[in-house]
Design a protein around this ligand. Structure first.
Ligand code: BDP
Length: 324
């Protein structure tokens, strides 16, 4: 009899725990490998939210693009089929107009300038614009400066890139940016870039040190130029349908956890940039440093002209330039 009572109690406990858990098992999308700064921060977010809600909400992140490539994942978040994610801003250029302002070439002078912008009222304004697309931006993360690399030869000036096919993320602005440099931008999902470089479908790509290392691109495109043409931040987001279903208290817990996790990401990011650079250099990357950035900035004139003609983007560009 006692045994039976014990079993009944255990079953009741199991049912209540599993009911609670399944009611709020959140799935998070992540493109990066498990030890990447983004990944560690998303795991931390899951831990903090589970702890602070006593297990009522259990966020679990699926790393390494297990839940698909970035463009599909954005659609899934918009539909509420995925709950949360960290996304790069460039794939939003064709979806949320305001996102373009933060992804324009040389729009930020330094990491510090970028932090001041995204952590202040301009960041809030741009973040707010995502809500019309069913996405709530909770925090901003670092993704460093992006640089060009290729399999052909050393690049010092835009003229050296002329005629090359360069892989880009899906963004009309990036097509314009690569075009302004005299090269051709070809959108390809991140997970397919290694093979595209290896097979010569494209001659080069552009990314930050940690991704150049993570995706092994240095093995098939060894000429890396520190031109730092863009400094694109990333966003920690939650599906608006999920967000709207939370109590005010839970919204506060979730936002706070995303902010803390993103502070952790920024710290890890700075370290990862150093270690990734050392790793790719040891792995055979040929790094072109100390280039004159003036001709690169000058070549971008048509890009500023095109996007500066849009009053929404022009206003953001002016506001960004006024932050110091
Ligand atoms: C990485 C970003 C990732 C992008 C990727 C890319 O962290 O979100 O998908 O670049 O180039 O640096 O597609």
């Amino acid at each position: 009899m006692r045994k039976l009572a014990g079993l009944v109690a255990a079953a009741a406990l199991f049912m209540s725990v599993s009911t609670v858990a399944s009611a709020a098992d959140w799935r998070g999308w992540n493109i990066h490998v498990p030890d990447y700064p983004t990944s560690t921060s998303m795991d931390e977010f899951g831990k903090l939210v589970a702890e602070r809600t006593q297990g009522r909400i259990n966020p679990k992140t699926y790393h390494s693009a297990q839940l698909g490539q970035q463009d599909e994942a954005i659609q899934q978040i918009q539909l509420g089929a995925l709950d949360f994610a960290v996304f790069n801003l460039v794939p939003f250029n064709n979806i949320v107009n305001e996102s373009i302002a933060f992804t324009l070439p040389y729009v930020f002078d330094s990491v510090d300038h970028m932090h001041k912008v995204v952590d202040g009222p301009i960041g809030q304004e741009v973040g707010k614009a995502f809500e019309a697309k069913n996405i709530v931006v909770l925090a901003w993360q670092d993704a460093g400066a992006r640089n060009f690399y290729n399999s052909k030869h050393e690049v010092k000036t835009p003229a050296d890139l002329k005629g090359m096919k360069i892989r880009i993320q899906s963004s009309d602005m990036n097509v314009a940016m690569i075009g302004a440099l005299g090269a051709n931008g070809t959108p390809i999902p991140y997970g397919e870039v290694f093979t595209a470089l290896q097979q010569g479908v494209v001659d080069g790509a552009e990314n930050n040190w940690p991704s150049y290392d993570e995706a092994q691109h240095f093995q098939v495109a060894k000429y890396f130029t520190i031109d730092e043409h863009v400094m694109v931040p990333e966003i920690f987001v939650i599906a608006k349908t999920v967000w709207d279903g939370l109590s005010k208290e839970d919204q506060e817990i979730v936002r706070q956890a995303a902010v803390e996790a993103s502070q952790l990401e920024r710290k890890l990011w700075a370290e990862r940039e150093q270690t990734a650079r050392k790793k790719v250099e040891a792995g055979g990357a040929i790094v072109v440093d100390n280039i004159d950035k003036a001709p690169w900035k000058a070549a971008m004139a048509p890009v500023y002209e095109k996007y500066g003609a849009d009053p929404v983007i022009k206003h953001l560009m002016d506001e960004i330039a006024a932050v110091h």
